[in-house]
Design a protein around this ligand. Sequence first.
Ligand SMILES: [Zn+2]
Length: 159
Amino acid sequence: MASGSNHDRFTSWCALPFGLLCWPLLGWGGLLAGSFGFLVGGLWLSPDLDTRSKPSRRWGPLAPLWAPYRKLVRHRGLLSHGPLLGSGLRLVYLGLLLLGFSLLLQPLGAPRPTALWQWGTSLWQQQQPLVLTALAGLEASAWLHLLQDGDPLPPPLRR
Ligand SMILES: [Zn+2]
């Protein structure tokens, strides 16, 4: 299993090459979306958010928001370190956090959940290839993480 520093180093090294893979298909936007998704996936939405780790500390004052996730998800389990499932669950969790903030901060004028939903669907409709590229970068960085951990297979299939 790799250390947090090794995960960060490999994520940083591989983000631009991943973006360059996207460049022939989508141009500069693809390069930026792919690299950005890869960096965010490796540094802020890492599979190791399931434990006290560099990615969880990177959230700064918002780090405690990931405590319920750590309670719910076993460290290096299928729900955090499973291909596709891990990234998907972290994105759903992040979406629920945004929804919660939106509801709690209504008195302060925060955007309503419906406005957030409209923004998301509008982004999806207008920039679908770039959104998919960013999501692919996010998932690719998770796969890099799993390979570094030495367990690219989901836990039920490990030896
Ligand atoms: Zn890990």
